[in-house]
Ligand binder design. Structure first.
Ligand SMILES: Cc1cc2nc3c(=O)[nH]c(=O)nc-3n(C[C@H](O)[C@H](O)[C@H](O)COP(=O)(O)OP(=O)(O)OC[C@H]3O[C@@H](n4cnc5c(N)ncnc54)[C@H](O)[C@@H]3O)c2cc1C
Length: 374
């Protein structure tokens, strides 16, 4: 019998299977995914300091680009932060993890139903395991949400674009009554990822409008785009309150977005997926009850410790009018660099909470106070 079956070879499932194989070669892991390759079509980025040094070490083979700094730009502030920034692509994830897993990876394999110890495929085949882990990605949940929506294009320019490091947030673009910004990663001298992003009240992307916005931005920056070689888009949930229990319906252990393991204000899940993979690999023995209880405890602790981020989200989405949202981020980027790093790493201290609310509020106090409670 297989020790562990992980259902879903996206970010969380692939990292968990790969790390288990690395740390516990004696543990028989099978990874199943419905797609033809692992990871779908994503660029996953994070700040190097979002990960502990030991985690940075084992994640290094996945990193396709690292830059020593990044910029942000707002109507009243531009800033360069000397924080290392990393990107991982789904194609690199596929190459590295599929080579490590060999024939214990099964692609183009769709799971119809699962229990804590069995998986039934759409082909009718049933796989039994000591533990089945659900990593099938985000599922609908009953918590109030805002959204980070985006469409990104990898483009090739006719001439060198001259960008040397990422622009994480260029909010000098037209706001059109929402909080909008461009996100840019320079892949090489003539290639860029340009992403049109919004903090929006509803999910979904108007792809045609986003493509026009990207083309207009490239033109304003003087980049002559010769070809668009890839596109990705998404709507990431930004919780404004609610309970972690809503993510945990059913008795199967789960990881990734499905477990509520993501940064509340960015919707990014890479650092949590790394921490989850490490936690799983350190667990012995593997029983469904133990894996369920430890994963749920991990998700619950992280959710509870991140209440302040959900408060900031309520201020961003509820207290601020869409046209005021950029001011909150503009003020945030005026804070000390180490606080900004802790914010992205979701490790704010009580002192950081005070520092973040200090100063002239970007939205009226009475509106902010009305959204204090979850
Ligand atoms: C375009 C995009 C870019 C993002 N960029 C970043 C970023 O830069 N940094 C960051 O930290 N986060 C980013 N995120 C957010 C988040 O980290 C990703 O959504 C991440 O991929 C979530 O990981 P996951 O493993 O939970 O789910 P997913 O990566 O979505 O993986 C779920 C997997 O389950 C498989 N699956 C689903 N149902 C079945 C089934 N029935 N049978 C078999 N397989 C199944 C799917 O094929 C998929 O591969 C991004 C999200 C998107 C959409």
């Amino acid at each position: 019998m297989v020790d562990v079956v992980i259902v879903g070879g996206g970010l969380a499932g692939s990292l968990a299977a790969w790390h288990l194989r690395m740390v516990r070669p004696g543990c028989a892991v099978t990874l199943l995914d419905a797609g033809a390759t692992l990871g779908g079509n994503h660029t996953w980025s994070c700040h190097a300091t979002d990960l502990l040094p030991a985690s940075q070490h084992w994640m290094a083979p996945l990193v396709v680009h690292r830059w020593p700094r990044y910029d942000v730009a707002f109507p009243g502030r531009t800033r360069t932060l000397e924080h290392e920034y990393w990107s991982i692509t789904s194609s690199r994830l596929h190459d590295v993890v599929s080579a490590a897993l060999g024939d214990t990876l099964r692609l183009a394999t769709t799971v119809e139903a699962l229990t804590p110890t069995t998986v039934r495929l759409t082909s009718g085949e049933v796989i039994e395991a000591r533990v089945v882990i659900d990593a099938r990605g985000a599922a609908p949940v009953e918590v109030p949400l805002g959204w980070q929506t985006f469409l990104g294009q990898d483009v090739v320019c006719e001439t060198p674009h001259g960008v040397t490091h990422p622009m994480l947030m260029d909010a000098t673009v037209p706001q059109d009554g929402a909080f909008k910004f461009m996100y840019v990663l320079p892949w090489s001298a003539d290639q860029l990822l340009i992403e049109d992003t919004a903090y929006a009240d509803t999910p979904g992307v108007d792809a045609a409008a986003a493509r026009r916005a990207i083309a207009g931005y490239a033109q304003t920056r003087g980049w002559r785009v010769r070809e668009v070689v890839r596109e990705e888009s998404g709507s990431l949930p930004i919780p404004l309150g609610g309970a972690i229990d809503t993510f945990w319906q059913g008795d199967e252990p789960r990881i990734g977005m499905r477990a509520g393991l993501f940064h509340p204000t960015t919707g990014y899940s890479l650092p949590d997926a790394v921490a989850t993979a490490e936690h799983l690999a350190g667990m012995d023995p593997f029983t469904p009850a133990r894996v369920y209880s430890e994963m749920r405890t991990l998700a619950t602790r992280r959710w509870q410790s991140r209440g302040f981020f959900r408060l900031l989200n309520r201020w961003l989405f509820r207290a601020a009018h869409p046209s005021e949202r950029a001011r909150i981020l503009e003020q945030f980027y005026g804070r000390p660099a180490d606080l900004i790093a802790r914010f992205y790493g979701a490790r704010l201290t009580a002192g950081d909470h005070l520092r973040l609310v200090a100063g002239r509020p970007p939205v009226p106090v009475w509106r902010a106070l009305a959204h204090l409670r979850e």
